[in-house]
Write a protein that binds this ligand. Structure first.
Ligand code: FRU
Length: 473
């Protein structure tokens, strides 16, 4: 019988037991990438939220640590962020280590009130104290008021908080994490508003031309392009007080169904915008066919500005290449028809292919077996990907449609480069260097060992193709 063991990812983070949702408090300190997460230690569905905790030195191997933050008199512990308080601005420092401070939402389950609070650690994140002055920020006008992300603004020498409030993002500033001053509300007239705004993030992005812009991420549920939960972004400017954008169209960080509530690491040692998201969707997250554990994170990714300054490009963090075994594969330049392949059947591999569509109208890639599978089509005339996961095992029945539609105009070169990372129950497709990302879950009932890649003509369209197995690191 297929189940938990068949579906637990080989190279994506999952908690050992029980329910997980949003990534929280990602911060780097002294050789460790900390990942906290919305966690219910007692059940495999959402419930009284805690912050679970894991650390990694290489973003590939994760060690799960004891729960970091427990519910208290002020409520359960919702999403938020963490920073290294290098200058001890909050005065929490007691020893030799820099203070790690977590800024999170307290949610009172009786009144449904939400307010922002602090906790801190003087021992590299191993133990946490709640600040006795909690909460540090309340807002009586808003019922949904949560998910604070705090960054240090170098020029202003102040902390900046972005926090979701209804269908807006509110900006605050603070010298010490404890007292917050209102700066701005952003949202009205901008972006998608099909649901409540959650889990914002604010950071600078650069491209190869040295151009720098500010990016604001905003998760929204429901209202994503393919239903349920998704993350939109705004590119603009921020002077420490006001975020402005001239962006008119809604842009999505990921066009798949399963990348939500993602934010970036604080204090990343290489200056990268290192991102991770929750690889699920509120439309069905609590029903997916695993029981011992539920939900995984996406691959860690870096976010960069495209050279035309218009897009956020997502790429798998380079550390991930260490899980790939080099391997070549037989193919002809005008098609692929692989049957019953042992590597494909493991359900953990990466496909990397470059296709030349100058003589073709459309291509189709199918991965499956005789009875089920998942297909990806790209059509140049409609400038759209269509992904069909209706017959890929588990049926995601809370979404109206299990075809995913992803608009994408091919560059003039007619080249389509696909980097496809498959793990036991997930697929992440990076298109042309991250101009589009499509992340989605599948739960195959029987292993998929066949792979076909065809185009609508007999033209030679496959320029290169690699299928690399995943090795245990
Ligand atoms: C997003 C979210 C957050 C909230 C958390 C609760 O998935 O709804 O807004 O803080 O989950 O678990």
């Amino acid at each position: 019988k297929v189940g938990d063991n068949n579906f637990r990812p080989a190279y994506h983070f999952t908690p050992e037991k029980n329910w997980m949702n949003d990534p929280n408090g990602m911060v780097y300190y002294k050789g460790e990438y900390h990942l906290f997460f919305q966690y219910n230690p007692d059940d495999n569905v959402w419930g009284p939220m805690h912050w679970g905790h894991a650390v990694s030195e290489d973003l590939v191997n994760w060690e799960e640590l004891p729960v970091a933050l427990y519910p208290d008199d002020l409520g359960n512990i919702f999403s938020g962020s963490a920073i290294v308080d290098t200058h001890n601005t909050a005065g929490f420092k007691t020893g030799d280590e820099d203070v790690l401070a977590a800024i999170f939402t307290h949610h009172n389950p009786e009144t449904n009130e939400q307010y922002q609070s602090l906790a801190y650690s003087n021992d590299k994140g191993r133990s946490w104290q709640k600040y006795e002055g909690n909460p540090v920020l309340t807002n009586e006008d808003k019922t949904d008021f949560r998910d604070p992300k705090v960054i240090w603004h170098e020029e202003k020498q102040q902390w900046i908080m972005v926090v979701a409030a209804g269908q807006e993002i509110i900006f605050y500033s603070s010298p010490n994490l404890k007292e917050w001053e209102y700066l701005q509300s952003f949202g009205h007239g901008h972006g998608a508003h099909g649901g409540v705004w959650e889990c914002p993030d604010l950071f600078t992005v650069r491209n190869e031309n040295g151009e720098e812009r500010w990016a604001l991420l905003v998760s929204i549920n429901p209202g994503a392009p393919n239903g349920g939960s998704g993350t939109q972004y705004f590119l603009g400017s921020f002077d420490g007080e006001t975020f402005e954008t001239s962006q008119t169209e809604t842009k999505w960080l990921d066009y798949g169904t399963d990348n939500y509530a993602g934010v970036t690491w604080s204090n990343e040692p290489n200056g990268r915008n290192l991102f991770i998201g929750w690889m699920s969707n509120w439309a069905y997250a609590q029903n997916v066919p695993t029981t011992a554990w539920r939900s995984a994170m996406t691959l860690p990714r870096t976010l960069e500005l495209s050279n035309n300054g218009d897009l956020l490009l997502s790429k798998p963090a380079e550390e991930m290449s260490s899980v790939l075994a080099s391997n070549s594969v037989e193919y002809t330049t005008n098609g692929v028809d692989i049957k019953n392949d042992p590597v494909l059947k493991t359900g953990t591999f990466q496909i990397n292919t470059t296709l030349d569509l100058s003589k073709d109208k459309s291509i189709e890639l199918f991965w499956g077996n005789e009875t089920s599978g998942v297909s990806l089509q790209y059509d140049k005339t409609t400038s759209e990907f269509v992904i069909n996961r209706n017959d890929a095992g588990y049926s995601f029945n809370n979404l109206n449609n299990n075809n995913l539609f992803i608009p994408y105009v091919l560059p003039e070169s007619n080249e389509l480069e696909l980097e496809i990372w498959v793990d036991k129950s997930s697929v992440e497709i990076f298109v042309n260097g991250g101009e589009r990302v499509i992340t989605f879950l599948i739960f195959p009932n029987t292993p998929f060992g066949d792979l076909q890649i065809h185009s609508d003509s007999e033209a030679e369209f496959i320029q290169s193709l690699y299928i690399q197995p995943i090795v245990n690191k």
